[in-house]
Design a protein around this ligand. Structure first.
Ligand SMILES: [Zn+2]
Length: 590
């Protein structure tokens, strides 16, 4: 066989590229790949093999060389009719419609580049993850694939479904520490011809049962949400083209909803941020779409009552792919006892059709806010505790009660017997992250910060420190303490002592002695005031804005006129010093 002329190949590929860009392709994908492979084997660095300008990254976002089209979907047999009529005398291929994250692998001069399908026009560059994923061989210019977690690698503790988990992983900065195997499967790796020319014997019903059979077999191994039926002939694909949204030579078939009969055993009521109670129907376990299910959406109180979905009701539950199970039919009703008291805070509920409402200002949504504050910089700063996580946590009735009683329970989940429930609530990944944040905390907590985090009125950590020092019998420079702060301090201290008793691992730092030197600043200094205050802290100098007779020094900066603070300092006979007298200045001079 003669070696093809590289110049000829280069010219053909260039023409094909230009034609494709103009929307008038004349080569089939198969023909194009063949030319590409030939040139690549002779001249692997030839620029015509690689698209460059269009591919420039912007914030990790890469434009696809060719837009990735979505597929027309067939939900019921009837939806297949047109496609079947048009192509049933052609060879058709069936491939899995994987339920993962679509990803495109590009062969670049510098190696493989991995880009998420994104919106089809462009997506996130995830090339950095390549060493941590199971990659197929790429022997053409590009390979459309799916990033998946195979069922054999899956564990329900990884999350709600493999698709969400894999999407979350791919968005991470690094997968270095990830232990969940991610497989990259080419879209056409599994392909089955279903209809050979000239086979007109199969009708739509026959096709449907054939598809179901294939789907059932493949979905044992791969997370899938359907099948793709494609015209096999590259020439026919080129002729059929696309309509701008999807190719006209392929269709996605969705499996029909699977249903099963079961019995309602309970209703679970969770509270929304706005105080609405959202019911979940709990039923005897049934297997649907290869997972065991016990819970279906209950919508609202009226919906539950109108349908008689009390304990003992016989229902039919349906599920398609990864969709949350739904009650599709009521076979036998049972009376519903709507709750009268809020399951969280025991407040009497009101019925504002269609919802039951808890209007207590002391209920779960409130607790979420309190917890957010407690674990913020105002209290015990714990990284990764955010509103979304807290919403999940407080909707678990046990967690709600434990945390309502002791906000600090998140610091020692095992001690408070909530570790298992937390793990279930937030998922194992988030739970591990939380544990990491806890481990990074100082085992001795700052008692003043702890009290500050409790959010009592006028009792921030600074005032709490002064009050703690006063309780210790230290002589504390007078500070303005509100009545509120003084009255609420005993409650805060009771919480502190209770926490101290409960903690197994954490303890509290001793209350520090008050600073030996307190000072106030008036006028302008050579550096920002906050910077001076920070520099003086290691010397045990404590800044205050309050001029009283206990003040040690009045630091005088540049002044145009006598300030109120200065006049107060004179009145109390406070020693006046300049910036040059500060220990930070005298030290640097030595
Ligand atoms: Zn409530």
């Amino acid at each position: 066989m003669t070696q093809p002329n590289p110049d000829n190949l280069r010219r053909k590929i260039q023409l094909a590229n230009d034609a494709y860009a103009k929307g008038v392709p004349f080569l089939t994908d198969y023909e194009y790949d063949l030319l590409w492979k030939q040139l690549h084997s002779i001249d692997p660095t030839n620029p015509v093999l690689y698209h460059t300008a269009k591919h420039e990254t912007r914030d990790g976002y890469v434009t696809h060389q060719v837009p990735l089209l979505s597929l027309q979907k067939a939900f019921v047999t009837e939806d297949l009719k047109l496609f079947w009529t048009r192509y049933s005398d052609q060879e058709l291929l069936i491939q899995p419609k994987y339920d993962g994250v679509a990803i495109c692998l590009y062969q670049m001069r510098e190696g493989i580049r991995a880009v998420l399908a994104g919106d089809g026009k462009g997506g996130l560059d995830v090339t950095r993850h390549i060493p941590y994923m199971r990659l197929p061989a790429v022997d053409g210019p590009r390979l459309e694939c799916e990033a998946l977690i195979l069922w054999q690698d899956w564990h329900e503790s990884y999350g709600a479904n493999p698709r969400n988990t894999v999407a979350g992983l791919l968005n991470r900065k690094s997968l270095e520490d990830n232990k969940i195997p991610i497989s990259i499967i080419p879209h056409d790796a599994l392909s089955l011809p279903i209809c050979k020319v000239p086979d007109r014997s199969m009708d739509l019903e026959g096709l449907q049962s054939k598809l179901l059979e294939i789907y059932a077999a493949w979905s044992q191994n791969y997370p899938m949400d359907g099948l793709v039926i494609k015209v096999s002939s590259p020439t026919l694909r080129l002729q059929a083209g696309h309509n701008g949204t999807f190719p006209l030579w392929a269709i996605a078939w969705k499996p029909p909803i699977q249903t099963a009969e079961t019995t309602v055993v309970d209703l679970e009521w969770n509270i929304s941020k706005t105080g609405r109670l959202i019911p979940t129907v709990i039923y005897d376990p049934i297997s649907l779409c290869y997972t065991t299910n016990t819970r279906a959406t209950g919508n609202n109180a009226k919906w539950i009552q109108d349908r008689g979905l009390g304990s003992g009701a016989k229902i039919r539950v349906g599920k398609a792919g990864e969709i949350i199970p739904q009650v599709v039919e009521i076979l036998q009703t049972a009376s519903v006892d709507l709750p009268e008291l809020c399951p969280m805070c025991q407040t009497e509920l009101t019925y504002e059709e269609p919802h039951l409402i808890c209007s207590s200002s002391d209920c779960a949504p409130q607790l979420a806010k309190q917890l957010l504050f407690f674990y913020s910089a105002a209290g015990i700063k714990l990284d990764g505790v955010g509103p979304a996580m807290l919403d999940k946590i407080i909707n678990d009735i046990k967690l709600y009660h434990v945390l309502k009683e002791s906000r600090w329970a998140l610091l020692e989940p095992e001690t408070f017997g909530i570790d298992e429930r937390l793990r279930n609530c937030m998922g194992p990944g988030t739970y591990e992250n939380l544990m990491d944040s806890i481990t990074s905390l100082d085992l001795e907590l700052d008692p003043a910060k702890f009290i500050g985090g409790l959010g009592y009125k006028s009792l921030g950590s600074k005032r709490a420190l002064i009050l703690l020092q006063m309780m210790k019998g230290y002589k504390v420079p007078k500070a303005k303490l509100s009545q509120d702060a003084l009255q609420l301090m005993p409650l805060a201290v009771a919480d502190l002592l209770r926490a101290k008793d409960q903690f197994k691992y954490f303890s509290f730092k001793p209350v520090p002695e008050p600073a030996t030197v307190t000072y106030c600043i008036t006028g302008e200094l050579s550096e920002p005031r906050q910077e001076i205050i920070r520099l003086l802290e290691p010397f045990g100098w404590q800044f205050t804005n309050y001029v009283g007779k206990d003040l040690t020094y009045m630091v005088i900066g540049h002044l145009d006129h006598e300030t109120y603070k200065l006049s107060q300092a004179k009145r109390f006979g406070i020693k006046q010093i300049s910036e040059d007298d500060l220990p930070i200045r005298t030290q640097t001079e030595i």
